[in-house]
Design a protein around this ligand. Sequence first.
Ligand SMILES: O=C(O)CCC(=O)C(=O)O
Ligand SMILES: [Fe+2]
Length: 396
Amino acid sequence: MMQSKIEIQCPLDTEIPEYDYSNWNINDANFQQCNFDFTDFFNNFMLKNLPCQIKNVTDNWKCARQWVKGDQINYDNLIEEYGDLIAPVADCKNIQFNSQCKSDMKVHQYIEYLQNATDNRLLYLKDWHLRRSRPDDKFYEVPPYFILDWLNEYAMDNKEDDFMFVYIGPKGSWTPLHEDVYCSYSWSVNVVGRKKWILFPPGEEDKLKDRFDNLPLVFEPEKFQNIKYFEITQEAGDALFVPSGWHHQVINEAQTISVNHNWINACNVEIVWKALEKCLIIVEHQIEECKGTPEFPAECQLILKSHFGMDFESFVTFLCYIAKKRLSQLQGNTQADFNQYTLGKSIIKFDLKNILKVLNSIYVHPIFLNTDILSSKEDEFIQVRKDLRAVFSFCK
Ligand SMILES: O=C(O)CCC(=O)C(=O)O
Ligand SMILES: [Fe+2]
């Protein structure tokens, strides 16, 4: 029997508010899935860029049964299912150039290491694209709160690198203090184990920087005063929403497996754009001595891509892709389905409105006005912006 789809909606006049992080408290941001719906999440956390935790989201996850035995990792299952795959592994005891050294390992070798209690290395399997290696293995389902995800929609439609990961780490393994790629959101769900997170409201990280503007690899509370930060414990089955630009560090307090995604949508796309703009200014400053040469703008974009992961051209390509897809969905030419969900017209319009806002800002940016960096995208960019403006001039 065909299951009818659940339509995702938001009020038509939804606006992104001014951010205010001063009153947030983890005690008011902890929910059970059964009395916390998509709209609660959308209005109170995603729109406001505030963290929250939702308990027991893995009840229907296949991996929560197969990868877990009692409250421990089911080593045999992981070796049997994935032993021959290769995954990236960070060495938490080998720090070079302010980051953990990484190498690749066969999954069975890693799991054997994990099983061996006398091994005194501290290896953390992270950023493993298991879902990409096993596209038909539906080992987890994205919790409904997190399905508005342009980043992975774009990656999957265009067969590009996705942002969907599995992490496996022993007790004591850790992730250094960082902000997520592109200043995106992330979500993390523990399949088994426990993590302790430290999160900083945006801007607070500036107080942690040294005189060269570098952040410490780990934040040690006793070394700083007057820093606002939050400690959050994430148990098995818990989902944590990490908003854009909230720096964070993580330690596994037991052997832990987690799934996480990075994601962008209409609620944080402007934050991403501002972070891209800011990163360009920093890069321009770094190679100031070349300013005025014909190569300067292109050189900056190259460095931007390596620092930020994205340059102006790839960002515009991404936005135009989502905009064209949503325009076609709005006109009813294509379906707007994600598994059992479908995008309502209000969400599609909300997407388009916020893309238009960013395109308008790009339209008056010196990179668009004074350089040829976006020339290969110019016609498409102008057309998409025109089409979006037409949508909103009609419905005023
Ligand atoms: O679980 C970890 O070690 C890091 C996860 C993380 O940084 C994230 O989900 O954004
Ligand atoms: Fe992160």
